[in-house]
Design a protein around this ligand. Sequence first.
Ligand SMILES: *Cc1c(COP(=O)(O)O)cnc(C)c1O
Length: 413
Amino acid sequence: MTTAATTTPSDVVAEAIHAEEAVVAHNYHPLAVVVASADGAWVTDVTGKRYLDCLAAYSAVNFGHSNPILLAAAREQLDRVTLTSRAFHNDQLGPFAQALADLCGKDTVLPMNTGAEAVESGIKIARAWGYRVKGVARDRANIIVMAGNFHGRTTTIISFSDDDDARADFGPFTPGFRTVPYGDADALAAAIDDDTVAVLVEPIQGESGVVVPPAAYLPAVREICTARNVLFIADEIQSGLGRTGATFACDLVGVVPDLYLLGKALGGGIVPVSAVVGNSDILGVLRPGQHGSTFGGNPLASAVGHAVVRMLASGEYQKRARVLGARLHRRLGDLVGSGVLDVHGAGLWAGVDIDPSLATGREVCELLMARGVLVKDTHGSTIRFAPPIVIEESDLDWMVDQLAAVLEELRAG
Ligand SMILES: *Cc1c(COP(=O)(O)O)cnc(C)c1O
């Protein structure tokens, strides 16, 4: 029996949320759940209630929470050495970089930490390549980016965002970027001039709502970039490393970019690990002192990143995302017309457009949370499902059942 003097589970959650919100900057609007522990696809809150994690930290937890292989790699390295800085060599970075380069079919790796740093690094490399290799006049370089892009939150990256929340009051902005519509190869070709050094593109736009471009688009981008001597930079920070049923979303359409930008799942959900991967004719433009990071390539990150790459090398996670993904898309597709307008995505990654006359994306997320399913809306009425690839098939079915029940609840009014 609950009495007025008893602390209820919801009091415990409210107190934990208050403790955080009293002191942490309000740059996010989290759901009212306070996670205390996690295992595989499931998280447990401070009151012991379990939730199915269908966001997987925006795909940073592709291999599941507390993945035993990744935890073992981290623990072993924790006891040896964790940080050296790049002032010295360490015995983990070389093997990690070699394995990652092999996974990408490239020969050179620039190790960084966060996704935004990988994007910033890709921009700097493209500009230096433009001046030193392509022969663009100094400070004239431009980079083509896509409408609806999300590449991170630094001042330069938000300079070419078209999301007002991301930009407002953060100017002045970095020049040198041109925006064209996503999925429109003709518009891209028309925007390129002699000073264009790179095209920066998400093979599938994640934050924009898991938007898949027409199948012919990325092959056309590849052709245009080759013909115009422009670097094709694929931001695979969210789409890469197994999520779509392939190692890279570019693989789904048989395209190889000049530079891969990787992050999120590369850190195995344990530490931030990002990288720019390409060939030495491009990455070789960087010389000592021209770029760097205190933590980039540290031994702990390298040990974890190497374990991630080893897991991907077998192809088993890609296959699992492909098989479970087909099931996910088939089952979500059945909801179109019952409160869902459209479902899009690839592999174990789906954007579900909720009929805005029924509810907002946020409202659906809150109702799903009450039923033990954690997901996040993007841009109003789209909900992104991206559970860890290790999710059980029965849990995946249960997740879709919960969405169906929520929609039915809403339709009944
Ligand atoms: C998350 C994300 C980033 C930024 O990564 P951070 O680690 O948050 O800096 C960049 N590009 C894409 C496509 C992303 O999804």
